[in-house]
Ligand binder design. Sequence first.
Ligand code: KIV
Length: 297
Amino acid sequence: MSVAPRAGNGKVTVPDIVNRKSRRLSDPSSPSEKITCLTAYDYPSARLLDDAGVDIVLVGDSVAMVVLGYDSTLPLTVDEMLHHVKAVRRGTRRALVVADMPYGSYHASIEDSIRTALRFIKEGGAEAVKVEGGERRLELIARLVEAEIPVMAHIGLTPQSVNALGGFKVQGRTQTAVEQLLRDAHAVESAGAFAIVLESMPRELAARITEQVHIPTIGIGAGPDCDGQVLVLHDAIGMTQGHTPKFTRQYVNVGESIGRAVAEFCDDVRQGRFPSDDESYHLPADLRAQFLARSRT
Ligand code: KIV
């Protein structure tokens, strides 16, 4: 495992992320620098994101759906996740690397959850972990923080609760749900989370949470008033098949480019246009003449 470079050389750290919000709170007239976060699951995409200057690389458990082909995030195992976290760590120098804790890895006991989170830090090289859930994660978050593991919380639509929620639905649309989400945000803040992902909720509610808490909010389908934004990389670059939610923005269609390149490759091979002589290795000239003369006899 390669180790995260030390702070002071442009490296984004947990305190840097927290300070973005603190600076804004202490001087509301200061220009706000929004936090940028994208998911990555492998070495090449982590390198691309890091070189392009994203603040946080999230090894999201969305890997289960967008890369591994599962129809929810629930089947993903800790070992599968660790494999991706290590690859992302190797490709990331500057951005903060956050590892999502898979479903089931923090639901049985606090001790087991801490042991698993420690694996993401020690073996995976992550600098923080993310857990889904609000009020009900209060004790867990506090214990992880006590073990020196920075925690990013995640409330609103929490995909690991897909069965309990009855589907991937926008949250916080009733008075009761609004009040619960406000309580969730305050609970994870008081437990010591350094940031909160707000997923799929009305813009007005996300704005209120952002106004009320002192830690940064990072929205996905939560409107523009959050302190930062996160997207699933594969949605943003056109590598997701099937339905994508209305909050995603596709910046480029890499999927279409790959499809065209593959069709062209197949055509070139079938028509004998690939590889060309220039794309082939040759024997040294002296050997070549002898070799060709011999093989003709
Ligand atoms: O798994 C993931 O990619 C996430 C983001 C959508 C926040 O949790």
